[in-house]
Every structure is written in C-alpha cells, then in structure tokens.
Design a binder for this molecule. Structure first.
Ligand code: EPU
Length: 302
C-alpha cells in the first residue's frame, strides 16, 4: 500500500515518523519473504495515538511489524501499511531487581545487559531472535522458561481506544506461546523483575543454552524459528521427523534437516512456497497422528 495523500504525507514528519516507501517486507523479516508496502518508522512513541488516529481518518489500514522474527508475510502488493518502532534509543532503566525495557529493545541484548548487572533468570531466551515486544506478545520461551514469568507490568498501546495503558502481568494472560492481547495492541515497554545471580553463573548457563541451540537448530539459515506450537506433552519437530519429512521441499522452502519444526528459506522461497509446505506437513500429521498442528508463526496471508 502506498501513501499518496499529500496531507497525510505532510503530517508524518511532525509526528516524528520516517516514511520508507515501497519496502519489500522480505527485508524486515527473518524468513526473508513478504511483499511490498510503505513502512512508517515511529521515532517518538508519544505520537503513536495521533498517528493511528490520522491513519484511521484516512482509512489506511496498518499492521505492526516488530523484529519480524516470527512472521510470515504474504507475497505481492500488501493492502496495509507497516508500522515499526525505532529501536535506536531503546535504553534500559534499572532499579534494584527491576528493569524497565522499551519494547523495541533487542531481546538478546536485554538478557546480556541484565546479566551484567547480576540479574538472571532469562538465560534460556538468549538465542531467541527479535525484539522484547515480540517476545512479550508471543510469551517467548526456551529451555524451561518463558518471558511472562518475569513480567510485573507492561505498557501497551490499545488501537481500539487509542490510549497507552499500563496492565499488570496478571491481565496479560501469559500461557504457552499465548497472551490475551488483541492483534492491534502494540507493546510499548515492560517492567521485569529478575532474580539476583552472579554474572559468571549467568554466563555459564547462557553458554550452555547457546551450545544446545547450535547443535539442534539451523541458526545460519533464514527461518522464523519453530513453525508449529508443540502439542501438549509432545514435540511437533519430533512428529514431523518421524514421518521422514526433513528435507521435504516446496519451491524454495525446505523442512530443515537439523530440526524438523524449522522451515527454512533456502532457495529464494516465496510466502506461497512456505504456506504450501505448512499445509502439506499439517495434512501428513493429521493423517498419521489424527492431530491438528497449530501454527506458532504469525501468518499474514495476502
Ligand atoms: N526432535 C526430533 N527431531 C527433530 C527435532 C526435535 O526428534 O527434528 C526431538 C528432540 O530430539 C527432543 C524433542 O524432539 O527429544 C524436543 O526437541 P527440542 O529440544 O529441539 O525442543 P522443541 O520442543 O522442538 C522447543 C521450542 C523452541 C525452543 C526449544 C528449546 C516450541 C514450538 N519450540 O522446541 O522454540 O528453542 O524448545 O527449549 O515450543 C520457537 O519458539 O520458535 C522455538 C524454536
């Protein structure tokens, strides 16, 4: 979608918004697929309500793209604008065992900054790519922990009411790869409370998690992490592997030989290739196990 309206174009700089025209969203996602639209990069968070009101008045639909690491965007001309929070000045503020983190901050950098202040707990999240906001929305987890368990409260922009609200963790509905947020809610900042731990101890756990991840996941290929949620008490990767689907290819998309729940973009895959591969694997799992796999990756079909 292209912004053509001169009044809207003129208002953007006043709201601290950078206008990137005709962006390929493939460049904004770790899967490296996704069609074309204008991207609005928000540099001054306080103007987010005004920006969304303006887009509403102009009848311009939008979607929020964070780190883009758990996102499968459709091909071609996209019928919505992409909004993105600038991460350049994402500063962490520490107070004892608590830290306030802007949603645009990188998750891995956040884990390390906390470690340097002898605050641990989140070691397992070290290799999870993406922003803190994305991790919150999905309640990202790995190696036995989930980000939700460290959240005290968070600030989010509710598109429905166009206000920035503070909600306690108890209202976020954190469950396995799930939260109670609406798709149009935008994470703004979070207050985490972390257990005190010596830096050296945190580093040792981080090293162990990194080694496990390197040994079992295709980290040097383009992916969105795990494609499917694990069924209760089972592993989607193991189930797909049992059907000997590693290496199965649709167009440029392949079921990783290293971890069967990672679908990688190896040969300039399109979103359509990935969607067809997802459908094929779901069908095979349905036939073999009578189970309906649920996508973990967020899919925005065109
Ligand atoms: N397995 C196979 N073949 C495979 C993949 C896995 O047999 O191709 C087996 C493993 O040997 C192991 C079991 O399945 O016995 C579980 O595998 P793994 O330890 O790799 O964990 P997972 O359940 O597949 C989950 C998360 C990952 C997270 C890891 C580590 C989900 C959907 N996935 O994977 O998260 O990194 O645990 O804690 O919950 C993600 O969310 O994108 C993600 C990658």
């Amino acid at each position: 979608m292209r912004i053509e309206n001169p009044q809207l174009l003129a208002a953007l700089p006043e709201l601290g918004v950078e206008h990137c025209r005709d962006e390929q969203l493939a460049g904004w996602t770790s899967l490296a697929v996704g069609g074309t639209t204008d991207v609005l990069v928000i540099h001054q968070l306080q103007h987010l309500p005004d920006l969304v009101a303006l887009l509403g008045r102009e009848g311009a639909p939008w979607r929020f793209v964070g780190g883009g690491t758990n996102l499968l965007v459709g091909d071609g001309e996209l019928p919505w604008l992409a909004l993105h929070l600038a991460s350049k000045n994402a500063r962490l503020e520490f107070a004892g065992n608590q830290v306030r983190v802007p949603a645009a901050a990188d998750l891995g950098r956040t884990v390390m900054e906390c470690a340097k202040r002898n605050l641990g707990g989140m070691e397992g999240l070290i290799g999870v790519p993406g922003s803190v906001g994305g991790a919150l929305r999905m309640n990202a987890g790995a190696y036995g922990i989930e980000i939700g368990q460290f959240v005290r409260r968070l600030d989010l922009f509710r598109a429905a009411t166009r206000t920035i609200e503070t909600v306690p963790a108890s209202e976020a509905g954190f469950r396995y790869r799930h939260t109670a947020f609406a798709p149009s809610d935008v994470m703004v900042a979070v207050e985490l409370e972390l257990p005190a731990k010596p830096y050296e101890e945190i580093l040792a756990t981080i090293k162990m998690c990194n080694e496990k991840r390197r040994a079992s996941q295709p980290l040097n290929e383009k992916s969105a992490g795990c494609i499917f949620k694990n069924p209760p008490g089972a592993s989607a990767g193991k189930m797909i592997d049992e059907l000997a689907l590693k290496g199965h290819r649709v167009g440029g998309a392949i079921v990783s030989e290293r971890h069967a729940n990672f679908f990688v973009n190896r040969f300039q895959a399109t979103a359509d290739d990935l969607l067809r591969l997802i459908d094929y694997v779901k069908e095979r799992i349905r036939q073999a196990f009578g189970y309906e796999l649920e996508e973990e990756v967020i899919i925005w079909k065109n």
